[in-house]
Write a protein that binds this ligand. Structure first.
Ligand code: GTP
Ligand code: MG
Length: 182
């Protein structure tokens, strides 16, 4: 038996970290080297089959789940910041994205995490995503720092490359596994 369910996810983080590129890679398996800054927000959806157990310790074996991702890709530019609550309030999971070559984008996640703690849904599943893992030579944020920060939030941690596609599907699927099925 399989079940169909939806998982509502929002992506947050500075402009240019690759939120739209991660969504585009996940949904259409494409990459645009000159992607334009998002205006307001954009919505995408995709259904995938997720196999195996949930990460939730109490969960019973759920077998195969058809998960319909409903993804809000927010705009990172400061002028759109006040719109964010419209998108995270109805979400089950938030992916906090930074660029591993931009320490400022990593530091900016603290403000998002604080805001979500204050105003977000209490049962929000969190993930921290270090994107642009293909830019190894330009890395300025250690993987370890990302992992430690994620663990301090009780969030999962994934490093991705929207350019190469590395671990992009894993990011979304691991997030879905943490969202309790209903
Ligand atoms: P806003 O919409 O302004 O919030 O930005 P964003 O987070 O959506 O960034 P976007 O996806 O538009 O990507 C910004 C730039 O980074 C683009 O030129 C992308 O091609 C590039 N980019 C995104 N992901 C990667 C990646 O994994 N590796 C590399 N090398 N470049 C990337
Ligand atoms: Mg964008």
């Amino acid at each position: 038996m399989s079940t169909a369910e939806s998982v509502k996810v929002v992506l947050l983080g500075d402009s240019g970290v690759g939120k739209s590129s991660l969504c585009l890679r996940f949904v259409t398996n494409q990459f645009r080297p000159y992607s334009e800054a998002t205006i307001g927000a954009s919505f995408m959806s995709k259904t995938v089959v997720v196999r195996g157990l949930s990460d939730d310790d109490d969960a019973v074996a759920r077998g195969e789940r058809h998960v319909g991702f409903k993804i809000w890709d927010t705009a990172g530019q400061e002028k759109y910041r006040s719109l964010a609550p419209m998108y995270y309030r109805g979400s089950q999971a938030a992916i906090l994205v930074y660029d591993i070559t931009k320490p400022g984008s990593f530091a900016a996640l603290r403000d998002w995490a604080d805001e979500l703690r204050r105003n977000g849904p209490s049962d929000l599943v969190l993930a921290v995503c270090g994107n642009k893992s293909d830019l190894r030579e330009d890395r300025l944020v250690d993987r370890r720092a990302g992992e430690e920060y994620a663990s301090s939030l009780g969030a999962l941690y994934v490093e991705t490359s929207a350019k190469d596609g590395d671990d992009v599907e894993r990011l979304f699927v691991d997030v879905a596994r943490r969202v309790p099925s209903r």
